[in-house]
Design a protein around this ligand. Structure first.
Ligand SMILES: [Zn+2]
Length: 132
């Protein structure tokens, strides 16, 4: 695996791009658009990959989301303990619940992107790559 491949893969995950061409958008709107953050494109506009590669594929994203959220809660709890010198219980609840609720759109989308990039059999294919 070359550095260019890893760099391209990391960028395409960060920018929520198709795993095959690393160019087409997976989602219709930005995560900050709370009315439409769940809307996924049916197919990639560049390589025509069907993003729902099999019925119910994205049910698995719940497990990825669970892992991300649990990790976030552990890190936030530890940081709150260290920075706040073990504050009251309600400070933990406020910081952790507030962050989990505010980050939900990004976690939702990121878990789908992670699932499609790492769990599915779709691999990067150079022939679909757009020359920049
Ligand atoms: Zn594509």
């Amino acid at each position: 695996m070359s550095d260019k491949y890893i760099h391209g893969k990391a960028l395409s995950i960060f920018h929520e791009k198709c795993p095959r061409c690393q160019s087409g958008n997976m989602f219709k709107a930005k995560a900050s658009n709370l009315a439409k953050f769940t809307d996924m494109n049916e197919k990639c506009s560049v390589c025509n990959l069907h993003f729902e590669i099999e019925p119910g594929f994205y049910w698995g994203a719940m497990y990825v989301s669970y892992g991300i959220t649990t990790g976030m809660m552990l890190v936030l709890g530890t940081l709150t303990y260290l920075i706040g010198h073990n504050p009251d219980f309600w400070v933990y609840i406020g910081i952790i619940c507030g962050t989990v609720i505010l980050s939900a759109p990004w976690v939702y989308r990121f878990s789908r992107v992670i699932l499609l990039h790492f769990i599915s059999s779709v691999k990067f294919d150079k022939k679909y790559e757009i020359q920049k």
